[in-house]
Ligand binder design. Sequence first.
Ligand code: PLP
Length: 412
Amino acid sequence: MEKSINLKIESITQKAMYGSFQKHLQDEIASIREAGLYKNERNIVSPQTAEITLEGGGKALNFCANNYLGLADNPRLIKAAEKAMENRGYGMSSVRFICGTQDIHKELEKAVSDYFKTEDTILYAACFDANGGVFEPLFSSEDAIISDSLNHASIIDGVRLCKAQRFRYANADMADLEEKLKEAQSCRFRIIVTDGVFSMDGNVAPMDRICDLAEKYDALVMVDESHSAGVVGPTGHGVAEQFGCYGRIDIFTGTLGKAFGGAVGGFTTGRKEIIEMLRQRSRPYLFSNSIPPMIAGAALETFKILSESNALHDRLAENVTYFREKMLSAGFDIKPTQSAICAVMLYDAKLSQEFAARMAEEGIFVTGFYYPVVPKGQARIRVQLSAAHRREHLDKAVAAFIKVGKELKVIA
Ligand SMILES: *Cc1c(COP(=O)(O)O)cnc(C)c1O
């Protein structure tokens, strides 16, 4: 049996057509490697948390996860997931509108609406799907989508799937946004689309000014809260809380894969007719499976935890302030941020890779980014803080930064 399977695989790989395609892929992959853009994965054998265990037994402090509130290994979420699985089973084997909606899916939609103070919510398998499925059902060729140039890939893809006219404004640049709004004035409807927090600089979109312009030029507003929900605002409720913009933002999208527990799942939340239309026409909702009961159950527990106390957000905010202050006083060049993303500027691409590699040797996982992920000459190390980090973790990370920074002559 085994032999015949092997034979079959060999005969497939020997097909002439694959031979030329294989060569093409090998060349492309080689060029990705040569450009230094090849992505290697680290195999973790522990739960996701501040201190992780790697295959082979090594330990590392993790400063590159989106686990902002430290909920990824929270015992209450694990229990809630187990309980939901016991009571509601493992999977749904259906899309929502055929036979894939349970009571807990509706309860979760309500919990998300309550959290964001919106009218209704629709769940997706991921925020990538929420963004992929939000534009096409709502807008057509008579309309305009005005998108920040640093918006997430899933927004860019979602916009591509829609026939609306596309306008792009420079990152968080309100003068440029106003220009684009003027250009789009003849369109039937206009929508401004922005990330709440931009993942490379950690800067927060100026929602108050975006909403002012939206009102001046009669546009709708959409914000992707993936990196901002649970993080920005006095109690972490995102950009509407931060800028006092409740009622002025029409559509929020977000993920359950970052601050809210870090598993999978996404949502669009906002005005009720918008959500109602998405339930009728949004393709990733109509043609993709319901999120499993354990995710719905655990996510419900997440919102329960966040409604009971602000302790996790408070700890995150404390950690961000502590880390930034220590790094600034050590002489590092840090982008200003109100989020949990801290960009340590190195400017040089090669240095950023060397720095990240040396940090890993010191047992600290951070990510080095350079062109084309960030603009040319803007290479940096991105540090992501979490409520899971304890003071000793932060001190170790800062000490490693200082050691490597001196070694590589980044600081004196
Ligand atoms: C992470 C992220 C997403 C994707 O979220 P998933 O739920 O993992 O698909 C979408 N938008 C932004 C801004 C993100 O940061």
